[in-house]
Design a protein around this ligand. Sequence first.
Ligand code: HEC
Ligand code: HEC
Length: 360
Amino acid sequence: MRSLLPLIVLAGGLVACDSEAPAPAPAPAPAPAAPPPPAEDPVLTRAKALFQPLPDFMEGPAGKPSPELIDLGRALYYDTRLSKNHDISCNSCHDLARFGVDGEPTSPGHKGQRGGRNSPTSLNAALHVAQFWDGRAADVEAQAKGPVLNPIEMAMADEATVVKTLQSIPGYVEMFGKAFPGDANAVSYDHMAAAIGAFERGLVTPSPFDAFLKGDAAALTDAQKDGLTAFMDTGCTACHAGVAMGGQGYFKLGMAVPYETKDAGRKEVTGNEADLAVFKAPSLRNITKTAPYFHDGSIATLEQAVTLMAKHQLGKELAEADVARIVTFLGATEGTLNADYVKKPELPASGPETPKPDPS
Ligand code: HEC
Ligand code: HEC
């Protein structure tokens, strides 16, 4: 109470001072009390605490890339000349017209060879804490260095061969120069990967679920809201939450009930026995469109994947009806790419020195 006294005195002093100025205009009549805002949909309130809407662009630590860098990355993403036999590009396994996947359990690479893992979608992938099922690449820029040299994917011999190929294409020399201005070594393997990564950072798919999270409670149907409630009540959000609905942490596949898999998962990266069969929880955005499922592509339908998840990760036997509710909700995460952004550009023409396709 005592501390208030000097304040009051001070206020009085101010009024005295002002009294020499012209009389202040009369205060406007108080506005009529605003009606209380309508109560927010409780499902929306709950969801907002667990998920965030997608950004327009998945900016990395380097900030927003230049349009020239993105244009270069777009061309490289579609260019089969980054493969030994000029028959495979990033887009072969991560088809931008098919939600960033190829629909295969495992993908055919050079000479039709297949690895042991399913191609995850490249859409929204830049949001993940790290790349690959086991998180062995830090970000999309680092990830893009892998497939080009992988003998069962694009099968280029080595970095030098890739750089020589790019340098043999006059249009690329020009594009790298614009993307890395003033850099005497503009055409490099790392710059190739940086450009592809920059392009991938724009592969965002805003969906009805994003409109909902931004406050439009009517963006989801009642059935989708009911499914969202089932998803949250079941506990899926322990691993599939945040802006990507996953992609943020590593978990043992079979945490509650053991799950049979030959894949060592993250143990291959860390060498720790505790990481056996540990995988990055994938993003569930567009999941209705990216079958088949799981790291080995062995699960054909989303219904099966949801049922197995509840059992093996949470120790719950979900009724068929609850599985259907969750699948209905997941459909609300189907989003759209910006068609102009992902349109395949005209690729620069090969030069006389450009290597010929090599099927060997
Ligand atoms: C022959 C098929 C194939 C080609 C070609 C290919 N990928 Fe992949 N991609 C895969 C597979 C399989 C994985 C998962 C491998 C793993 O986790 O060990 C993967 C993983 C990824 C991921 C990680 C996504 C995530 O959720 O962790 C990104 C991003 C990606 N690829 C982008 C690219 C880019 C960019 C190119 C071109 C430079 C490319 N891929 C070429 C098959 C392919
Ligand atoms: C304890 C963490 C955890 C919980 C809880 C969890 N998941 Fe998963 N989820 C994962 C991991 C890890 C994977 C990757 C599995 C693999 O390696 O194949 C995954 C994979 C999936 C996939 C396949 C994704 C793809 O691209 O192949 C779907 C669908 C899925 N989860 C849905 C759910 C649903 C629905 C629930 C709730 C019933 C749930 N998850 C609960 C960790 C979890």
